[in-house]
Design a protein around this ligand. Sequence first.
Ligand code: HEM
Length: 197
Amino acid sequence: MSSILTSLGRTVLAGFVLLILIIFALGGNFSSPELPFVFRWLHVMFGVMWIGLLWYFNFVQIPSMPKIPDEQKPAIGKVIAPTALFWFRYAALFTVITGLIVAGLNGYLHQAFTLQSPFRAIGLGMWIALVMAINVWFIIWPNQKRALGIVTVDADAKAKSARIAMMTSRINTILSVPMLFLMVAQSHNTTWFVIIS
Ligand code: HEM
C-alpha cells in the first residue's frame, strides 16, 4: 500500500482502478462506450482541478503571502506557484476541450454558443468559462511569469504584473460562482434554470 501512496502517479492510477472495481461491483459493464458520459466525467474532473487551484490561489496563497517572512517567500514564488500554475493552466485547457467535446457529442454546441433555448444556461456558462480560460492563458500566466521572475523585468514592471495577475484571478473567482451554477443547472432542471432557459 505504501508503494502506491508514496507515488503520485500510482495514487492517481489507484483511483481509476478503484472506479473500475466499483463499476463491476455495482453490476455495471463497459459494453457500450457512452462517450458523452465519459467526457462529461473527465470534464468535471479537469474543471475541479482548475477551479480548485483558482480557489487555492485566492483562499490560501494570496492571503498568506504577506504573513510569510521575506527570506521564505522564494519557496512559494520559485517552487510552489510555478507548479500550481502549470496544473492550473493545463486543467483550464483540458476543461475547455472536454466541455466542447461534451457539447459537440450531445449535438448542441452551436445552439449553446448562440444562446438558443433550451441551451441558454449551459451556453452562458460556456461563454463565462471561456472568458475565464482566456484570462488564465493570456493575462494571468504572462503576468505571473513576470511576477515570479520566470521572465526578467524591472521591479516596477514586476509589481505591476503581480497586481494584474492577482486582480484577474479575483475576476475569475467572481465568474466561477455563476459559471458553476450554469454548468450544473443545464441537466438538473431547477426552477431557476427553467426561468433562464
Ligand atoms: C469553456 C469551458 C467549458 C465548457 C465548454 C463546458 C461545457 C460543459 C457542457 C457541455 C456540459 C454538459 C451540460 C449538460 O448537457 O448537462 C458541462 C457540464 C458541467 N461542467 Fe462545464 N464547461 C466548461 C467549463 C467548466 C468548468 C471550469 C467547470 C468547473 C468545475 C465545469 C464544470 C461542469 C460541471 C460540474 C458540469 C455538470 C455535469 C452534470 O451536471 O452532470 N465546466 N460543461
